[in-house]
Design a protein around this ligand. Sequence first.
Ligand SMILES: [Zn+2]
Length: 243
Amino acid sequence: MNASPADQRALLDVADLDRRVRQAEASRRNPPQAARITELSALRAAQSHELSLLAGARDDVRVELTRLESDVAVAEARRDRDAARLATSSSAKDAQALEHELASLKRRLNDLEDAELDVMERLEQAESGIAAQETLVAETTSEGMRLTAEAKAIVTGATDELEQIARDRAAVVGALPAALVAHYDKIAQRSAGAALFTRGTCEGCRMVLSGTDLQVIRNAAEDLVVTCPECGCILVRTEESGL
Ligand SMILES: [Zn+2]
């Protein structure tokens, strides 16, 4: 395959555009935020599950409090009724029984009030645990939304870039001989396609050529398309090649 040195140099632009295509495709397929987004999604599910457990426990405490409040109401009603009956009682025996019951109701109300205070304290703790957990969920959600928006922007940017690169590539390739482009495309399927040859090194695979390989390239006519014996990419010789 023969091509003018200028056309060979143009292949470096094509190879550079192809490299950018691969990068843009990788960004579009898997934006850098993707791993963290997956992580956050799992974290949010775990945090939400924990939140529902906390809410369930809080609801149990609320039920306990309601039950205690109702017990207090029943005991208070009974105390008031007994007190009213005591005030109007004319029987000493009845009065004694009522006083006995009133004392017992007083103890019961004290116990219930102590229990109420304890439950209210637990309810307060449960509520603050829920508030803290809600903050965690909100933080995870907000980080997830921010990263998702960033990832979407990257995907959109990469898509736009791919369209631009495709236009640029078509322009460069359109000015080159079709046979040279076909030769390059075939080689590009399994290597960098084309790379600069500088100071005995293939910029495609970073191998330093020596001995016979270097001699062959040195002796090759400048319009002969040569390839790297290591990676197979087209070696583009320029003034910087230092041959
Ligand atoms: Zn190489």
